[in-house]
Design a protein around this ligand. Structure first.
Ligand code: NMX
Ligand code: MLT
Length: 441
């Protein structure tokens, strides 16, 4: 067994014992109430899941195993001469709950390099799709084509003790994470660069290699990819991509099937697709007014027009956060350091001034502040990555780190099939009419 796998097994055994005792002693404690409105309104605020890798605070934002983004930027290992954290280190932290050393991170990079081979049939499957296919559809198709390689599916078919489920799940997770940059870069080069593919460079880190295979060799872009892959990796367990991966995984669907399902959720415009929507929306604004530098007044008018036409302002609002997303702030800091004069980046900052008071004035938006997607596209455009339909694929490569570390934990803790109760409006009405105990029927 590998070093990380051994360590994970040890940690999981400890956690299993702890959780068993915790449930034995406190299993009947009530942790919340559910209102009628909540079951009709997206289950907001219902605590119903356990996810070990990160925790979201509505005011403060995300902490990964207790560490904020600025703390990760300070404490996680970096490439020589670099200043952004290596996402390999964040994966190690999320999986094992402890900060890695430089050696630990180099070890993860090496493991993922060795496991990164993508079989040819995956490329042929992607090639079978017409070129106008959305990159997220190609991405999900590529992940599903890779499912032929699942150790878990093969071993389950052969017959496996449930105590061992975590083991091939761990291997599948490591294999899939290692292979995702190749698939993402293949899609990018196929769709936008006349299928002129670039071979991996075995000397580069995971995100550096992704940048290289996409054809981007500016060291600034490599740094951006390390930051991007770190900040998009996880956002506790209830967001659509994490929750879907966990839910589908609870049926003992393997890592490939579970991640593909989660990525279909990420492809929705209220979730990860918002990053493409933001840039599309700003490009349309620039075209409408015929200038690359819209004034704050022009932005405000455009926001009003968006709202009047019954659309949401992309990149703003959140189901849990109630302040500016620290992932937005981390990207703003990157922009100030690397490209303070870029007109598109400046527009993103002007949008940040214009939008919140307008959304606040509607009186119904619970969070008028920007989320992660409000900023990411402008940084990518700065380095020449203008093909905004591809942006959610980058989000997806990063999100795999968090949701697959979590899926390893789901298996190690033998988390059961997820199956909440649903009711009908007819039953709700009977309850409102005073019929007792309808919920048990
Ligand atoms: N622009 C216009 N209206 C909004 C916005 C916005 N950005 N955000 C919320 N609202 C509306 C929302 O549509 C709802 O209206 P109605 O009652 O008419 O249906 C009302 O405000 C209350 O919604 P909230 O409770 O504030 O938000 P909710 O938790 O339902 O939704 C989002 C959260 C993220 C789906 C929502 O804020 C939104 O649609 N934002 C724009 C899309 C976006 O940026 N998504 C990316 C989220 C981050 N990610 O990567 O996943
Ligand atoms: C995410 O990163 O998943 C989004 O911010 C959405 C969420 O947390 O609900």
């Amino acid at each position: 067994m590998g070093v990380i796998k051994d360590k994970f097994k040890e940690k999981a055994e400890q956690a299993n014992t702890e959780i068993k005792e915790l449930l034995k002693e406190h299993g009947n404690k009530v942790i919340g109430e559910v209102t009628l409105a909540q079951i009709y309104q997206g289950m907001r605020g219902i605590t119903g899941l356990v996810s070990e890798t990160s925790l979201l605070d509505a005011q403060e934002g995300i902490r990964f195993r207790g560490y904020t983004i600025p703390e990760l930027q300070e404490k996680l290992p970096k490439v020589e001469g670099g200043s952004e954290p290596l996402p390999e280190g964040l994966f190690y932290l999320m999986l094992l709950g402890e900060l890695p050393t430089q050696d630990d991170v180099e070890h993860v990079t090496g493991v993922w390099q060795r496991r990164s081979h993508v079989p040819n049939h995956v490329f042929s499957t992607i090639d079978a799709l017409p070129l106008h296919t959305h990159p997220m559809t190609m991405f999900v198709t590529g992940i599903m084509a890779l499912q032929t390689e699942s150790n878990f599916a093969r071993m389950y078919a052969e017959g496996m003790n449930k105590k061992d489920y975590w083991d091939p799940t761990f291997d599948d997770a490591m294999d899939l994470i290692a292979r995702l940059p190749r698939i993402a870069a293949y899609i990018y080069r196929r769709k936008y660069k006349f299928s002129k593919h670039i071979q991996p460079n075995g000397l580069l880190d995971w995100s550096g290699n992704l940048a290289h295979m996409m054809g981007y060799n500016d060291p600034g872009f490599h740094e951006l990819m390390r930051l991007y892959m770190t900040i998009h990796a996880d956002h506790e367990g209830g967001n659509v991509s994490a929750h879907t991966t966990h839910l589908v995984g609870s049926a003992l669907s393997d890592v490939y099937q579970s991640l593909a399902a989660g990525m279909n959720g990420l492809a929705g415009p209220l979730h990860g697709l918002a990053n493409q929507e933001v840039i599309k929306w700003i490009f349309e604004l620039r075209e409408q007014i015929g200038s690359d530098s819209p004034t704050k007044e022009q932005i405000a008018e455009y926001v009003q027009a968006t709202l009047t036409s019954g659309k949401v302002v992309p990149g703003y609002g959140h189901a849990v956060l109630r302040k500016t997303d620290p992932r937005f702030t981390a990207q703003m800091e990157f922009g100030k350091k690397h490209m303070p004069d870029d007109p598109l980046v400046q527009t993103v900052w002007n949008v940040y001034e214009a939008v919140p008071p307008i959304l606040e004035s509607l009186g119904k938006v619970k969070n008028p502040w920007p989320n992660v997607d409000a900023h990411s596209g402008a940084l990518l455009v700065h380095y020449g990555l203008v093909e905004y339909e591809f942006y959610t694929v980058l989000f997806g490569v990063s999100r795999a780190l968090g949701v697959l570390a979590s899926l390893c934990w789901d298996r190690a803790l033998n988390m059961p099939l997820e199956r909440p109760k649903s009711v009908t409006t007819a039953l709700v009405k009977r309850w409102l009419d005073g019929e007792d105990e309808v919920w048990d029927k």
